[in-house]
Design a protein around this ligand. Structure first.
Ligand code: SAM
Length: 205
């Protein structure tokens, strides 16, 4: 195995560059570094992948990943479920990392720079599913995400799934959603690629 190959790991059937791979090093040198924590793959994305494995979306579903970061979840959905995915993030600096991983996994994911609160009803109305891993980590993000969930349900999105390690802003958002929508909060465990525990907030229309 070449040294380049050992710097690529495989998780859930996807190829991921390790941080020391020259592609990642070059990106960090040539482009601006992600600024709102989109600087790696966070484990919450794997919690959603595991949920989808047991509750698969229909093939070719329309999926919006919000706060996508490197977009590994989007790439997973595009590859495994042939989903038509749009990865959204407020930080444009995450997308070169997403594009590199999409290329490595021989798939394509569309991307869009937008804050949660700026997403238009017309885009939301096209989606079957909205996903987000570790996207509610500041109290200031609770209101924009709550509004986005409300707007998405109004526009006919069937299911919204947000995963989190259990940060306090996320738990506050979950409490609000359970009160107002058809929402449940499930505790889940992750075995691979790391042993972790977290939560899934699942909101159904
Ligand atoms: C902790 S990272 C998680 C990234 C990815 N979901 C994952 O699991 O690896 C949070 C992501 O949310 C994005 N983000 C933060 N605030 C946002 C906002 N108001 N609107 C859209 N994206 C936002 C950040 O740029 C970052 O990429």
């Amino acid at each position: 195995m070449s040294s380049e190959e050992t710097q690529i790991k495989e998780v859930r059937g996807l190829k991921l560059y390790k941080k020391k791979h020259k592609v990642i090093k070059k990106l960090l040198k040539d482009t601006s570094t992600p600024e709102i924590h989109g600087d790696k793959v966070w484990f919450s994305s794997y919690l959603i992948m595991d949920y989808l494995l047991k509750n698969p979306p229909k093939l070719k579903s329309h999926i919006l990943e919000i706060g996508s970061g490197w977009g590994i979840l989007s790439i997973y959905c595009a590859k495994k479920y042939q989903a038509d995915v749009v990865a959204v993030d407020a930080d444009k600096n995450v997308f070169p990392f997403l594009d590199m991983h999409a290329q490595l996994n021989e798939t394509k994911v569309r991307s869009k720079v937008s804050r949660y609160e700026k997403l238009k009803g017309s885009l939301l109305a096209e989606q079957d599913l909205i996903l987000g891993g570790d996207i509610c980590f500041w109290n200031e993000l609770i209101a924009p995400l709550y509004k986005l969930i409300k707007k998405s349900l109004k526009n006919g999105v069937k299911t919204i799934i947000i995963a989190d390690p259990g940060r306090s802003p996320f738990l506050k958002l979950a409490k609000k959603c359970k009160k107002k929508f058809n929402a449940e909060l499930i505790e889940v465990k992750l075995k691979d690629p790391v042993k972790e525990e977290g939560y899934l907030l699942i909101i159904k229309n």
